[in-house]
Design a protein around this ligand. Structure first.
Ligand SMILES: [Zn+2]
Length: 370
């Protein structure tokens, strides 16, 4: 049945390419009868058409962007459906023929997730070796009581709440990337095919390791936000890659390190995890976040005696520069999105609590994952 489905999808793609149709509506009204030769229930024909249309429009999009694109073709047998299936206790059962059902036993984790409140199963996809279920969850966005500011740096990710700051060390990420680079550079064989294979394998391994590391951090951040009913504020980093280009007066190694930092990946993870919990995520302009004192609002200077510290003349204190940045981001976010006065308050003067928050250092790799 999976093979039939795959053939149907490829058939639809062929028709779509020939007739240049990639919208679901037009396709199903014009070419539905072309699938008459397949002996399969009609609901699967509809999903096959929608699968093919998805692939075709993806191809169109990438051509529009200017990328070279091959015409889509499905190699592996698979089956997708969003009609006529149901969950019976631990089983997923879907129809294969008239009044004939096929059952798949789900594992405990899937059953538990499906039984959570507000979760609704929408569709399933089967490959010869895997089953994936896609679900929808109704979440209500929380009304934030606090703000968590997050500052992303090369060697740490700093999170600030009104009570405390946590610094997640990310030195490990740098070493993962450097090791991977070193291994790739040591490849000596003069064979393009083998080299490409080796490089892809190494690159994939590197990105898997980095992703997994960032998952721990983003999970912890979202959990903390959920516990304290806070909203998450990040700095908007657009054009960061333009800052570190050849001819900007930085060294090669430094540029490589900064350009390989996965700023966006962490943001992506935080965004989707927060959306799942109904936590709002907002962005603020990072301008001047490490130039003003988060306590009194005065301008602060580089500390001449300590590396990466800032000195406030007014308070007579030296503070960590990343903590200052994340606190300022939190303040900005608070005055911009939560404060009743709204946009008019941009500077954080008048923040009355005169306490420097406790700074907790956390090694990203040692976070407990449940
Ligand atoms: Zn100050």
């Amino acid at each position: 049945m999976m093979n039939t489905f795959r053939e149907m999808v490829n058939h639809c793609i062929r028709i779509g390419l020939e007739s240049n149709v990639s919208t679901l509506r037009r396709f199903s009204s014009t070419f539905y009868h072309e699938l008459d030769c397949y002996h399969i229930q009609s609901k699967y024909k509809l999903t096959a058409i929608s699968q093919a249309c998805g692939r075709l429009s993806q191809m169109k999009r990438s051509i529009k962007k200017g990328n070279r694109s091959r015409s889509p073709f499905v190699r592996r047998p698979f089956l997708v459906s969003c009609y006529g299936f149901k969950i019976n206790g631990m089983m997923l059962s879907f129809p294969v023929a008239n009044r004939e059902f096929f059952n798949i036993v789900l594992n405990g984790h899937a059953v538990q997730k499906l039984s959570e409140k507000g979760v609704e199963l929408r569709s399933f996809t089967i490959n010869p070796d895997s089953l994936s279920l896609s679900v929808r969850k109704e979440v209500q966005e929380i009304i934030p009581k606090n703000v968590i500011g997050i500052d992303r740096n090369l060697r740490n990710v700093t999170m600030s709440t009104p009570a405390s700051s946590i610094m997640y060390k990310t030195n490990k990420l740098l070493s993962i990337k450097e090791n991977s680079q070193f291994v790739r550079a040591s490849f000596r064989r003069n064979d393009l095919r083998v080299r490409n294979g080796f490089f892809t394998q190494r690159k994939n391994r590197q990105s898997r390791r980095v992703q997994q590391y960032l998952h721990k951090i983003s999970k912890d951040i979202v959990n903390k936000a959920k516990e304290s009913e806070s909203m998450i504020v990040l700095e908007e980093i657009k054009g960061i890659r333009k800052l570190y280009r050849k001819g900007n007066g930085q060294g090669r190694k430094y540029r490589r390190r900064l350009n390989s930092w996965s700023f966006y990946e962490l943001q992506r993870q935080i965004q989707y995890k927060a959306a799942w919990e109904g936590i709002p995520v907002q962005f603020v302009d990072p301008k001047r976040t490490s130039q003003l004192c988060p306590i009194c609002g005065e301008r602060i200077q580089e500390d001449r005696f300590q590396h990466r510290k800032l000195w406030c003349n007014n308070c007579g204190r030296s503070m960590d520069r990343d903590v200052v940045a994340s606190m300022n981001i939190a303040h900005k976010g608070w005055s911009r999105f939560c404060h009743p006065r709204g946009l008019s308050v941009e500077v954080m003067k008048g923040n009355s609590d005169n306490l420097i928050p406790i700074i907790l250092g956390v090694d990203g790799s040692k976070l407990v994952s449940v």
